[in-house]
Design a protein around this ligand. Structure first.
Ligand SMILES: [Zn+2]
Length: 112
């Protein structure tokens, strides 16, 4: 263990470049998102690499990907229909109207 440089052992892993709050009472908060620590007020932004390791999350998902959604809606004549938003952005509904027209009023519920 390297005792000359204790910070080496306690660096926090963060997923974005850390930022700092203005100094208060000789200390200032540094970090990002939910990870914050107190650092001496004279700490500079370039010193933060002593406290943090920036390790971005895996590549963001492709923009075309849509969070799939499924809704069950009550039909006007009883029964229920299932409205679906698929990963590829396609929307479907099990109501008869969608069967004829490939669109229906229920699809708008998905974007509501
Ligand atoms: Zn429908």
């Amino acid at each position: 263990m390297n005792l000359d440089n204790p910070n080496q052992e306690t660096r926090l892993v963060v997923s974005c470049p850390p930022v700092m709050h203005p100094p208060r009472d000789g200390f200032r908060l540094a970090g990002c998102y939910g990870t914050w620590i107190s650092v001496p007020a004279h700490t500079k932004i370039e010193d933060l690499s002593r406290y943090f390791i920036v390790r971005p999350f895996g590549a963001p998902p492709p923009e075309s990907r849509v969070e799939p959604k499924t809704l069950t809606v009550a039909g006007s004549r009883g029964g229920t229909y299932t409205v679906r938003l698929r990963e590829n952005g396609q929307t479907t509904c099990t109501c008869p109207g969608f069967g004829y027209r490939r669109t229906c009023k229920h699809l708008t519920l998905l974007s509501a």
